[in-house]
Design a protein around this ligand. Structure first.
Ligand code: HEM
Length: 127
């Protein structure tokens, strides 16, 4: 498995532990106000990162590129900033809304870069 895939899975599983922890806390407390943060930590953190990591298993040459590492960095920083700010915003701290907005654009940049990586090199012979 490429090092980048391992890194993606290590990062993803941390988000799953946090996301499931919030889910259990929501269930016990019967307070659903942070449901949006729970859903996004699990989906942007665990599911999407695990899919990114899986993609690079099937295209290890792309995993070696600098652009792929930059993509990991941008996406991960975006999710790391967005998740706590979304969580606390949904908990009532409305001042965090601009941080949620900016970090969600960083996440989008990471997604756009991944899209570029997927489509790049299409003209090359299959390996
Ligand atoms: C032990 C694990 C988990 C627990 C205890 C849990 C708990 C919950 C609870 C209590 C809600 C609110 C439901 C409602 O009030 O309608 C919820 C919503 C949600 N959860 Fe989880 N969850 C868990 C794992 C996951 C995972 C792994 C994912 C995704 C990969 C996920 C995705 C979602 C989504 C998308 C929603 C929003 C559903 C909606 O909008 O109706 N959850 N979860």
């Amino acid at each position: 498995m490429p090092a980048l895939s391992k890194l993606y899975f290590k990062t993803a599983i941390i988000f799953l532990v946090i996301g499931v922890g919030i889910g259990i806390h929501m269930s016990i407390s019967e307070n659903r106000s942070v449901m949006g943060a729970h859903a996004h930590i699990n989906l942007l953190g665990w599911v999407t990162m695990a899919l990114f990591g899986t993609y690079f298993v099937f295209d290890p040459a792309k995993a070696q590129t600098r652009l792929a590492r930059v993509q990991y960095g941008i996406y991960t920083v975006g999710v790391i900033v967005m998740m706590p700010s979304l969580y606390f915003m949904l908990n009532g701290n409305e001042a965090l809304e601009p941080l949620v907005a900016v970090s969600s654009l960083v996440v989008f940049a990471g997604v756009a870069l991944f899209a570029y990586l997927v489509f790049s090199g299409e003209g090359q012979a299959a390996q």
